[in-house]
Design a protein around this ligand. Structure first.
Ligand code: FMN
Length: 278
């Protein structure tokens, strides 16, 4: 049912649950209406008079849906049953990179403790592409990591090129999943910014772990590949990416939508917890 109003069209639509997440189906073909056959479509409007900005998810055959994050669900009083709401929707052409990252952060329904305890290394990937917005959200997590004296010596190289991924993966048996990854991030440390090697490695490790968790929060699979400092692989990476003097590769994160299901193990180990003294 459509109710026309002066401020635009108000659609009556249903919020529905699918795979634990809550969505609204856009009641028209947004690709056609906004004349955008390719690329991401960002929209803005209101749901029951509450303003939103969002990105549409294409489900094929002209169907687009949008994810309703937990904050919005709460504001709408969503109670886990299919609920009718009033929706206005227009294209949002002025969304900045930071706003896109913020939208993805808010859309991620995973709380930090669940993300930490359900993350596993994922080494098999589907063909689904990771979007630039998702990549930026992952990189943002890397930049948000703590670093000694807040020197932030980590730099990241994003690699999507299939030939480069193949070259990286084929020369290290432990890194062969990179060949079929959708992309990877080479985590590099700046020795000039952080002169103490142990701290440089610790800073890059903190960034790497943050990015693994961010990927997991977005439903993207990832695995950390260590780079031994006196290995041929390290030399190859430095050469392949033309790393300047003083920039050392410390880890590679292979990324892709998961094509394997990993059991979440309980790992709390009381025998390794020592109280007041070993
Ligand atoms: C410093 C470090 C280096 C790692 N290097 C590799 C690697 O070269 N190849 C790989 O497949 N996994 C690598 N991993 C991932 C570990 O194998 C994985 O974290 C571990 O088996 C536990 O599994 P989980 O991540 O699913 O919890 C590395 C992890 C860390 C922390």
């Amino acid at each position: 049912m459509i109710i026309e109003e002066q401020c635009g069209i108000i659609y009556e639509v249903e919020m529905f649950k699918d795979g634990g997440k809550v969505y609204i189906r856009i009641p028209f073909n947004a690709k056609e209406l906004f004349n955008k056959p390719k690329g991401n479509i960002y929209v803005k409007g209101t749901i029951n008079t509450i303003s939103y900005r969002n990105k549409l998810i294409s489900k094929g055959n002209g169907v687009q849906i949008m994810l309703i994050n937990k904050k919005m669900q709460k504001m709408l009083g969503y109670d886990d049953t299919n609920m009718k709401v009033k929706l206005t929707v227009t294209e949002d052409n002025n969304i900045s990179e930071e706003e896109v990252i913020q939208t993805l952060i808010e859309d991620s329904n995973v709380d930090v403790l669940s993300a930490i305890s359900t993350r596993r290394s994922i080494r098999e990937y589907t063909e689904q592409n990771i979007t630039d917005e998702e990549l930026n959200t992952i990189l943002n997590a890397g930049f948000c990591a703590p670093s000694a004296k807040n020197k932030r010596p980590c730099n990241f190289i994003v690699v999507k090129n299939k030939t480069l991924l193949m070259e990286l993966g084929k020369t290290n048996i432990n890194g062969k999943m990179i060949i079929n990854a959708n992309c990877c991030i080479v985590v590099c440390g700046d020795k000039i910014l952080e002169g103490i090697k142990e701290l440089l490695i610790a800073d890059c490790a903190a960034s790497t772990q943050n990015m693994l968790l961010a990927a997991h929060g977005l439903g993207i699979g990832a695995v950390w590949c260590g780079i031994l400092q006196n290995s041929d692989w390290k030399k190859q990476i430095s050469r392949q990416f033309k790393l300047p003097e003083g920039i050392i590769p410390i880890a590679i994160i292979a990324l892709g939508y998961p094509n394997e299901i990993k059991i979440v193990e309980k790992r709390f180990d009381a025998s390794k917890v020592h109280k007041e003294i070993w």
